[in-house]
Design a protein around this ligand. Sequence first.
Ligand SMILES: C[S@@+](CC[C@H](N)C(=O)[O-])C[C@H]1O[C@@H](n2cnc3c(N)ncnc32)[C@H](O)[C@@H]1O
Length: 242
Amino acid sequence: MTGDPLTRRNVPAAFDRGAAAYDRLVGVNPGYHAHLRCSARALSLPARGAGLRLLDAGCGTGASTAALVAAAPRAEIVGVDASPGMLAQARAKPWPATVQFVDGRIEDLAGAGIDGPFDGIFAAYLIRNLPDPDTALVSLRALLRPGGVLVVHDYAVRDSVVARLVWHTVCWAVIIPAGWLTTGDAGLYRYLWRSVLDFDGARGFADRLRRAGFTGIHTSTATGWQRRIVHTFRAHRSPEQQ
Ligand SMILES: C[S@@+](CC[C@H](N)C(=O)[O-])C[C@H]1O[C@@H](n2cnc3c(N)ncnc32)[C@H](O)[C@@H]1O
């Protein structure tokens, strides 16, 4: 672990250090990719995405991008992430010509050359990590075309005692030891444990989306050990919003 304490601001730097092990670790998490694909399908994109433009916010090594490609193989997809190490892993994989990856912070997408409008935005395991999630959600809404859809896929355990107990158990019995064994540094995985406990429950996150101006909010939970732990939040920029 390097000197800086792991705060939301320097999360991308921590992912840089964990990038080489990321795919191996999520690959042994049962349901990880299937749940991402399920959330990407919740964007409900017509015609396999033909003519649509999608943003994968916090695309990491491309696990969420692959889920978007499966849901909308004909869409143009921009993946953005602030960790060059995670992006290098993503870029090393084979992608359709319609997929591109951009190095940039969510807080300054325009500075990274990313402009809207997008028909859909996917944010998997991202919003909880941002220094100012509310401002980021308002900015993401502004990047959507009127009527466009945001899907957030993330842990949300605050509403359920059982979910919090399972989360503690999985983190300390599996995720933190596996992260330490694989990378020699448990910092990112302890941060993951703590960040989920500190963040919203499903109801609180739906309220947060509402406060950010989204409409038509729908929440569902994943299957498997992630039941009531991992959630899919679908929300819209109202067609009337300018
Ligand atoms: C847990 S990973 C998720 C990656 C991918 N979406 C997936 O589902 O596997 C979170 C990603 O968000 C990125 N990230 C965190 N904060 C960010 C920020 N402020 N701007 C851009 N990317 C950020 C990290 O670098 C990391 O790659």
